[in-house]
Design a protein around this ligand. Structure first.
Ligand code: PLP
Length: 445
């Protein structure tokens, strides 16, 4: 092919895709924020991009080990924990790491009857998946009428079979679990372990710490809260931090410092083993390092502005026909919120999926839909701290316009999207094993 054909081919692809560099990507629970270019420049620099652990001795990798060591220290401070590993490559991998630590801890104690993991019904699907992969039975804990963990149900579910609880706070509804210290106390009284799903740390970073709430294990999505590009933009990174009594179980290599100030990689004595390659995903760590460094002690502003943006968006849609804010309408949300379009669907036949497709037609990325499962016709939206006032206003206007069309000409919305390079995709088919064969051809047709 001629050069110009190749250039046009790839340029067309860039025009067909959409990412945070094009506009807001307010996918709830995904924390898609702007990735400052200064960080990308460092990640791509020849000094950092080509580092390979098996080609470097500790002595020649001192600066990168220093960066990793410092990152571990900062993450400990941010989470209120005592030790961290940077090896897991994603949030779900961090969850599995936590689950395997819990498993090994109880195996070592001979407490092998503990085969149950408690998981609230508002949790992300990866929580029960990780628990099952670790060999635990997942026990569903219902939410109460305020959208928080139902304490009665929790008490009734805890027993000497309980190994742990996996919980994200703020939860996936964007609500802060105000009884969190009671929740962790209930588990600890039963000698069980509490794992913090850090996907939602953006709502509290710099303001509240999971370690102070009683969590024993924390996984962090460096690619969400700490700005590393993800969702097609790059590999994830799922650091895991633990309280002192679990430090020996950490996987991979922990970066340590000797008495002469030299950095080295250390394996822990009771380690669950490796969960990924040597260092983990270094680019994600470099992004996180630069992100934390650039905010310094102002890092609480991340939580403050993402919360402000979300509540501003809620205020713009307040009272709009067909939309409700399930659970305590007056309680402010943190970094994200879940609206219900159930009424709209009942009154017009237009579903939240139709509205999402209409947003695509208007040049915006759709929010997360149909999750969490406890909200019917869920519209889960998260405007991070990097989103502008103007874009949030425009986004709300498009949603309002969709509602107006739903009540006047619903069939129009059933056609959406019409302005995108592909129309409605068969989302079920795309996830079906029979379609995931190597012979599947990717491309426009
Ligand atoms: C609440 C929650 N927990 C865990 C995860 C899993 O994280 P990852 O996608 O990095 O594996 C997600 C991802 O969206 C999430 O929203």
């Amino acid at each position: 092919m001629s050069e110009i054909e190749v250039v046009r081919h790839y340029t067309r692809f860039t025009e067909e895709s959409y990412g945070v560099d094009n506009g807001p990507v307010p996918l709830g629970s995904c924390t898609m924020k702007y990735n400052p270019r200064i960080a990308t420049n460092y990640v791509n620099s020849e000094y950092l991009a080509n580092i390979h652990p098996s080609l470097l001795k500790f002595e020649t990798a001192q600066n990168i080990l220093k960066l990793m060591y410092q990152l571990q220290e900062w993450l400990k401070e941010i989470t209120g924990m005592d030790a961290c590993t940077l090896q897991p490559p994603a949030g779900a991998s961090g969850e599995l790491t936590g689950v395997l630590i819990i498993k090994k801890y109880f195996q070592e104690r001979g407490d092998t009857q503990r085969d149950e993991m408690l998981i609230p019904d508002s949790a992300h699907g990866s929580n029960p998946a990780s628990s099952s992969m670790g060999g635990f039975k997942s026990v569903r804990i219902p939410s109460d009428e305020h959208g928080l963990v139902n304490l009665e149900a929790l008490r009734a579910s805890v027993s000497n079979k309980t190994a742990g609880l996996m919980l994200t706070n703020p939860n996936t509804l964007g609500l802060f679990e105000k009884n969190i210290t009671e929740v962790t106390k209930i588990l600890h009284e039963n000698e069980a372990i509490v794992h913090y799903d850090g996907a939602n740390l953006n709502g509290i970073i710099g303001i509240a710490r999971p370690g102070d709430m009683g969590f024993d294990i924390v996984h962090l999505n460096l690619h969400k809260t700490f700005s590393a590009p993800h969702g097609g933009g790059g590999p994830g990174a799922g650091a895991v931090c633990v309280k002192k009594y679990l430090e020996d179980y950490l996987p991979g290599y922990i970066v340590s410092k000797d008495d002469n100030g030299r950095y080295f990689l250390k394996k822990m004595s009771k380690s669950i083993g490796d969960v990924y390659s040597t260092y983990g995903n270094l680019p994600g760590m470099i992004y996180a390092y630069i992100f934390i460094l650039s905010y310094g002690s102002d890092i609480y502003k991340v939580a403050k502005y993402s919360t402000l943006n979300t509540n501003f968006f809620i205020s713009l849609l307040k009272g709009v026909k067909g939309i409700t804010l399930p659970y305590d309408e007056k309680t402010p949300r943190l970094h994200e919120t879940v609206l219900s379009f159930k009424k709209l669907a009942e009154e017009t036949g237009v579903t939240v999926e139709d509205v999402a497709k209409y947003l695509l037609d208007n040049g915006f990325y759709a929010p997360t839909i149909y999750f969490p499962l406890i909200v019917d016709e869920a519209f889960m939206i998260e405007f991070t701290e990097t989103e502008s006032y103007e874009n949030i206003v425009k986004y709300a206007e498009v949603v309002k316009k969709a509602i107006e069309i739903a009540y006047t000409n619903p069939s129009e919305l059933k056609q959406a999207p019409i302005n995108t390079s592909v129309r409605r995709l068969d989302a079920v088919k795309a996830n079906h094993p029979s379609t995931l064969k190597p012979s599947v051809k990717f491309g426009r047709k």
